[in-house]
Design a protein around this ligand. Structure first.
Ligand code: ZN
Length: 261
């Protein structure tokens, strides 16, 4: 008899969410503090507000797509599986770099209105190696996840520590260089490791207009971040090898082998 209410609840949820989408399932699961569900056209937030998913915009010039990415576009470029080789990605393959700004502003708040700092927390950074502390948002458990990353990095062999200490910053209320888009640093959900070993696409343009991919960050470091939900800027055609940002939905989908052919 006790099972009846459960059955009713299951049937009700099936009818209210007849539309299923693996990417959106991963998105809702990744941000439990904020997201509730979705329909075929909208994302439903826990506060009851709804946001359009928009449409995929594969035919937009890439720079324009970056500037006006929809929520659906955020999944247009799958993040590679953990253990995928470190190599130059094909042109404009920047998994995670298409971000819908309205989504991130609603998720984490607007730093220009002072909404990020009150939600941040200090995380000890490689405490055995004098890393001090870094401040990141507590929303969706970002600070807790970064603390797990820090504890694992802290146990790496001594030769790898120089890549991590000192860090080059977490929270920074600023747009991405040469754009009007807010960086994930402006949401308190990203960290740059030691800039001494960082490589950046804007510094690596070839005379033919292409980009010469380059990376010095060791695999052991990247794998620890990825295991805890942070994607790495070294996996982008427009690479930023010292950059990690919290995007657990993309890591979860990679683990599921999404998208399936
Ligand atoms: Zn960064």
């Amino acid at each position: 008899m006790k099972r009846l209410p459960l059955l009713v609840a299951v049937l009700a949820s099936l009818s209210s969410q007849a539309f299923a989408d693996a990417a959106l399932d991963a998105l809702v699961a990744a941000y439990p503090d904020r997201l509730a569900s979705y329909s075929e056209t909208e994302l439903v937030w826990k506060d009851g507000s709804r946001m359009p998913l928009g449409r995929l915009q594969p035919n937009l010039p890439f720079e324009q797509r970056l500037n006006q990415a929809s929520i659906r576009d955020q999944f247009a470029i799958p993040y590679p599986l953990a253990g995928a080789p470190f190599q130059a990605p094909p042109r404009d393959i920047d998994p995670g770099r298409l971000r819908n700004e309205a989504f991130f502003l609603k998720m984490y708040g607007d730093c220009r209105k002072g909404e990020i700092a009150p939600r941040m927390k200090s995380v000890p950074w490689l405490p055995s190696h004098g890393g001090g502390s870094v401040r990141v948002t507590t929303i969706n458990g970002v600070a807790d996840q970064l603390e797990k990353v820090s504890r694992e990095l802290d146990r790496l062999p001594a030769a790898l520590i120089a890549y991590l200490v000192p860090t080059s910053g977490t929270y920074n209320c600023r747009p991405i260089a040469e754009t009007n888009r807010l960086s994930v640093h402006a949401f308190g959900a990203a960290i740059d490791v030691n800039a001494r070993f960082g490589d950046y696409w804007l510094w690596a343009k070839r005379p033919d207009g292409g980009i010469a991919w380059r990376n010095r960050i060791p695999r052991e470091i990247v794998e620890i971040f990825e295991r805890h939900g942070f994607i790495w800027g070294g996996r982008w055609y427009h690479f930023d090898s010292l950059h990690f940002e919290y995007r657990p939905e993309l890591i979860a989908l990679a683990k599921q082998g999404w998208p399936r052919e």
